[in-house]
Design a protein around this ligand. Structure first.
Ligand SMILES: Cc1ncc(COP(=O)(O)O)c(C=O)c1O
Length: 390
């Protein structure tokens, strides 16, 4: 393999889901962005796109949100880091407790993967156990991956659960040693069945395992209380990321003091976990969500988008088979991968960025006009692909 084959960035970009192949399946499409604002993105050629990816859900208030951007600029201008932990860390921890009912303590990290790994580490310290049950995507780190390079010993400690599948939960508990934690995404393609969440809660408590909600996608977006408030079943630990920083890198593990204190008995530490730019961004996000109806607007926009996608499914079932998800993030199930690539590329040619699979995200910056325009362009792309279908 030569450097020419690989290029300066193996895999083209450091975020797998932003690869051209992932976005457009080998069809033509914009490659790199130069700016983003509100719900729009500009590419290297200066073309504007209406965006329904929203940085893989990392942005809920809109790109370049003025309150967040102001906080970011102020924090950067005041140095951003020092040899002491900053006051913003303490302030954000106290403010976040109000967003996670029953929580008493917080640890900050930079990425979602790190924060979920920290939650698992804490559960392992508290329980003295190693096995973990998972459901959904929890990041790229060894504890939850099966890709090449992950030691077999790590893989053997993890068993993936099927979403909303009670029988599989019981089978997993029967075939693995008592787990330290059961880590789930509350929404994987569909909302959770209440009975499944109730069973997870009961089985975790009975087994002495920590129930962890990986709320990297649902957190903040779902409003105070997150998935527990929406679906009526509370976990032990909540992990937040993505929307918390509205594009700045910050993630958090939130929960009871009895579990978080384990952070003092193991080693969870990162040099830049306490820089003030992302902490300041997160404080601005909470301010904005608490003082305005930004999250209500986001949900309403998402409901309009999802309903509109449902209409497209009804009118063009040969191209799009289903529209699934929750208002805040949803996706289209296409007839096949080639069709999805054609639609995504056709949409991009019409100035619209939609993802081929899970998930499309809306933001508070998606007003009614943006949703209507997005649906119109999406349907045009679908119609063009349908015309080519035999
Ligand atoms: C549910 C969930 N958990 C964890 C992660 C990993 O977060 P990050 O990519 O910030 O490490 C993601 C990222 O998409 C996610 O959606």
């Amino acid at each position: 393999v030569s450097a020419d084959d690989v290029g300066p960035i193996p895999g083209e970009t450091s975020t797998g889901s932003k690869r051209a192949e992932a976005l457009f399946g080998g069809r033509a499409g914009p490659r790199r962005m130069v700016a983003s604002q509100g719900c729009r993105v500009w590419d290297e050629a200066g073309r504007a796109y209406l965006d329904f990816g929203m940085a893989l859900g990392a942005v809920a208030l809109g790109y370049g949100h003025p309150v967040v951007a102001g906080a970011v600029a102020r924090a950067a201008a005041s140095g951003g880091v020092s040899s002491l932990p900053p006051v913003q860390e303490q302030e954000l921890a106290e403010r976040l407790l109000a967003w996670v009912p029953g929580a008493e303590a917080v640890r900050f990290l930079k990425t979602g993967a790190e924060a979920v790994a920290a939650a698992v580490r804490l559960a392992r310290v508290v329980t003295g156990r190693e096995a973990v049950l998972t459901c959904g995507y929890h990041g790229w780190l060894d504890w939850c991956q099966e890709s090449p390079g992950v030691p077999l010993a790590d893989r053997a400690l993890q068993r993936a659960l099927r979403f909303n599948d009670l029988a599989d939960l019981d089978a997993a508990l029967a075939e693995t040693p008592p787990p330290a934690a059961i880590v789930i995404e509350p929404v994987v393609e569909d909302p959770p069945d209440k009975a499944w969440l109730v069973a997870l809660r009961a089985r975790a408590s009975a087994a002495g395992a920590a129930l962890v909600y990986d709320e990297i996608k649902t957190g903040i977006r779902f409003g105070p209380g997150g998935a527990a408030a929406r679906y009526g079943v509370s976990p032990d630990l909540v992990v937040l990321g993505k929307a918390l920083g509205n594009g700045q890198p910050i993630a958090a593990v939130v929960g009871p003091a009895a579990i978080l204190e384990a952070a003092t008995r193991t080693w969870i530490s990162s040099t830049l976990a306490t820089e003030t730019v992302a902490l300041g961004a997160a404080l601005a996000v909470l301010d904005t969500c608490e003082r305005s109806d930004a999250l209500g607007r986001l949900r309403a926009a998402g409901a309009r988008w999802l309903a509109g996608c449902g209409g497209i499914v009804e009118r063009h079932p040969r191209v799009v088979r289903a529209a699934r998800g929750v208002p805040e993030f949803s996706f289209l199930r296409f007839a096949d991968a080639a069709v999805s690539a054609d639609v995504a590329a056709g949409a991009a040619a019409r100035g619209l960025l939609v993802r081929r699979g899970p998930y499309n995200f809306v933001s508070a910056a998606h007003d009614e006009r943006a949703i209507a325009l997005g649906l119109e362009r999406l349907e045009e792309a679908v119609v063009a692909v349908e015309a080519g279908c035999s």
